[in-house]
Design a protein around this ligand. Structure first.
Ligand SMILES: [Mg+2]
Length: 372
């Protein structure tokens, strides 16, 4: 019964491909198609944060010392990286995830589990949802992601690793056994260097070998983790997707079907985005005190402009007026715009804004907003 229930879950694991390196290659044409290492120069004591796919045939990988990377490929380009920029791209990706489902569990800036069993898009197929997410990521950021789709976290993550970069792998219940059998032992959750050596000494290289060991034997060898290995070898994993506790903002953005130059052409888009944001706020009587406009230009440079209101509001006309000023200010340079976004933050709940002047407002947390 438990297993039946578990198989009904639809989990996606999304992992951006060579995240930091891909962002730099996107923004700096001179870095494209070159072995690139982000994270410290070979002369510092830094480690590789990410390297481009062109650097991988040399044996360079994340967490390796930058000096070792240099030794393996002296012609590689080393750059320090720009964490603020990577965080901003991460926010764009996470926004897309939250557009699809509330059950998003980020593992790092560029990786997350999504439970799409029920989703805001009402897409019954997790595979189609994953395709749509990958499409939106590419359209919004110009970057590729790999996705794994399955009925639990372990299989979804193993699946996203299976066909990198720019891959989509689906493991349906009937394919799980064969997939797990062929999976290298190092790809099981909880297998580090020491555990791997132990498995090596037992002659176990894949899931098929792991399946030969009884649960008792595995517990004897690995204590509590033995139970986990036993279950993983059978494609089982009950861990739910744990969403972020607090939601601090709610945003919608869209890549324009063609670049726009004029404020009057962009305003209808802003209005539509604001409508979508307000629809979700109004459902629970939530108001916002801060509205943020994001503009991404055709060259992928982007700016955000924010406006703080005097009182919390969910009034369309009032917020649109604020956005119009921000838009005029933000586009005064006359550069073509490729993407627009509207985000509300600083939430106030129902009953907290009735008193007018002098009233102490309280911020609502995600627990309340979950009702969206
Ligand atoms: Mg990644």
């Amino acid at each position: 019964m438990k297993q039946e229930q578990q198989k009904l879950r639809k989990i996606i694991h999304i992992d951006m491909d060579a995240f930091f390196a891909s962002i730099e290659q996107r923004d700096q044409p001179r870095l494209r198609n070159k072995p690139l290492v982000v994270g410290g120069s070979p002369w510092s004591r830094g480690v590789v944060a990410t390297c481009s796919y062109e650097a991988r045939p040399y044996g360079i990988h994340s967490a390796m010392s930058s000096y070792e990377a240099y030794r393996r490929c002296p012609e590689a380009i080393f750059i320090k990286g720009n964490m603020e920029k990577y965080k901003e791209v991460s926010r764009e990706i996470m926004n897309i995830f939250h557009d699809c489902t509330d059950l998003v569990e980020p593992l790092s800036l560029d990786e997350a589990y999504l439970d799409v069993t029920e989703n805001h898009w009402n897409i019954p197929s997790a595979t189609l949802a994953a395709k749509e997410i990958r499409r939106m990521i590419y359209q919004t950021t110009g970057l590729t992601a790999s996705a794994g789709v399955s009925y639990n976290k372990f299989l979804a993550k193993a699946a996203s690793d299976y066909n990198k970069p720019d891959g989509l792998t689906v493991i349906t219940p009937d394919r799980a056994e064969a997939f797990v059998k062929a999976l290298p032992i190092g790809d099981f959750r909880g297998v580090g260097k020491v555990t791997k050596r132990k498995f090596d000494s037992l002659g176990i290289q894949t899931g098929e070998g792991l399946q030969q060991l009884s649960e008792e034997r595995l517990v004897e060898l690995f204590h509590k983790q033995g139970h986990v290995f036993y279950r993983q070898a059978r494609g089982l994993d009950e861990r739910p997707v744990n969403p972020e506790r607090e939601r601090k903002s709610l945003g919608k953005e869209t890549t324009l079907s063609q670049d726009l130059l004029l404020v009057q052409d962009m305003l209808p888009v802003i209005e539509e985005l604001l409508d979508q944001v307000l629809a979700r706020l109004r459902k629970d009587g939530i108001r916002t005190k801060c509205i943020v406009l994001k503009i991404k230009f055709a060259d992928f440079q982007q700016i955000t402009r924010r406006s703080t209101l005097e009182h919390p509001s969910n009034d369309h006309a009032e917020l649109l007026e604020a956005l119009r000023s921000l838009l005029e200010e933000g586009t005064s340079g006359g550069d073509p715009v490729r993407l627009l976004g509207v985000t509300a933050s600083e939430f106030y709940g129902p009953g907290e804004v009735t008193g007018g002047r002098g009233k102490v407002y309280k911020t609502v947390n995600y627990e309340q907003l979950r009702l969206f």
